[in-house]
Ligand binder design. Structure first.
Ligand code: NAP
Length: 350
């Protein structure tokens, strides 16, 4: 199944951090991007995309659409053969997880896929899922074969009360596979990234990726960092993975997109080495202490118990084998991301 590159391509959530680099990649190829955004009049969010357009051979057309507004993606999908569905809230501290996370993720995915069903040109949907749909807590890796996360595994431990963001991504991806199996017009490929870092196209982003690096820059980890192990992926490599998932006819199923296994301690050390003027501790905060202060640092005690001090390992082999992915080293992405946030005024210059 080949996607016709003369046809427009729909990107939902085009003003987001991850989507920005994807739109850039599509414009570089000379494609026409239908950018579905909540507020096309918001120039702070759309200007960086328009600037990319002016430097590329591609073109961009904005459409107003909201995940919770049924049918609002229809116009943007007209004549498209491919949708990249990236829109979904990535916020950790929410008041009402059902309203703020689950509904936009789940109903939004349904909404976009129903649009795909109504668009008779549609051939493929690439959904930005997450490693959060693969595991809930680091302790879950003990149950994984070889203690390694693979595309075979699903998150079974998150709920509305515990890790609701991960729960939202799990429900949304499951729903996507269900809806994909109920029709024969388009196929579904999911991208399951680990924690995304690296310079985006707009330093004023609100993604949770920004929050953690800004915390590091502000000195929130000056007494040390939690021993929280995670995987990281550069936002530019993630854009490439989306692009390849969209345009590789044989792409199939889920793809874990993750460069390296790392952790907050390693990230803090790498940044500290390059930016010695910043108040960044590189010692490990004891788990018992973190457990005690958890609510004051935006974590629950249960999250601390189940995520601190456990190893993390995911296999990106399927992406290398089938999408021919290569990955930037995490160290480079971390340093370039920190510098990007300094240059953009999000982290104070020191
Ligand atoms: P982001 O910058 O906050 O992007 C989220 C996008 O979703 C924004 O464009 C936002 O629109 C849009 N959105 C949220 N609610 C919406 C609604 N009700 N209607 C329409 N659009 C809505 O975060 P991101 O990091 O780029 O995340 C993009 C995708 O990657 C998400 O699916 C996320 O789950 C996934 N992901 C991210 C990471 C990571 O570490 N960053 C890791 C794994 C997976 P506005 O611009 O109008 O706010």
């Amino acid at each position: 199944m080949n996607i016709d590159k003369t046809k427009p391509v729909l990107v939902t959530g085009a003003t987001g951090y991850v989507a920005g680099r994807l739109v850039e990649r599509l414009l570089q190829e000379g494609l026409t991007v239908h950018a579905a955004v909540r507020d096309p009049e918001n120039n702070i969010k759309t200007a960086p995309l328009k600037e990319l357009e002016s430097k590329s051979s591609g073109s961009i057309k904005f459409f107003k659409a909201d995940l919770l507004d049924k049918g609002s993606f229809d116009q943007a999908a007209e004549h498209c053969e491919l949708i990249f569905h990236t829109a979904s809230p990535f916020i950790r501290n929410v008041k009402d997880p059902q309203k703020d996370l689950i509904n936009p993720a789940l109903e939004g995915t349904r909404n976009v896929l129903e649009t795909a069903n109504r668009t008779n040109t549609m051939k493929r949907v690439v959904l930005t899922s997450s490693c959060a749909a693969i595991y809930g807590d680091a302790v879950d890796l003990k149950q994984a074969p070889n203690n390694t996360l693979t595309e075979e595994i699903w998150n079974t431990s998150s709920s509305l009360e515990h890790q609701p963001y991960s729960y939202s991504k799990t429900l949304a991806e499951k729903e996507a596979w269900k809806l994909a199996s109920e029709q024969n017009n388009w196929d579904l490929v999911t991208i399951n990234p680990s924690f995304v870092i690296g310079p985006g196209i707009n330093p004023n982003g609100t993604s949770e990726s920004f929050s953690i690096f800004k915390q590091i820059g502000k000195g929130d980890f000056k007494m040390g960092a939690p021993e929280m192990n995670i995987g990281c992926i550069d936002v530019r490599d993630l854009a490439e993975a989306h692009y390849r998932a969209g345009f590789t006819p044989e792409a199939k199923g889920r793809y874990i997109i993750s460069s390296e296994d790392t952790g907050f301690l390693q990230l803090a050390s790498v940044i500290r080495k390059k930016y010695p003027n910043y108040p960044i501790g590189t010692k490990k905060v004891p788990k018992w202490l973190l457990w005690l202060i958890a609510p004051t640092v935006g974590m629950t005690r249960s999250e601390v118990s189940k995520n601190i001090g456990y190893p993390w390992h995911a296999s990106n082999e399927k992406s290398v084998r089938e999408l021919n992915m290569t990955y930037r080293p995490v160290e480079q992405s971390a340093v370039e991301f920190f510098q990007f946030l300094i240059d953009g005024g999000q982290i104070k210059k020191r």
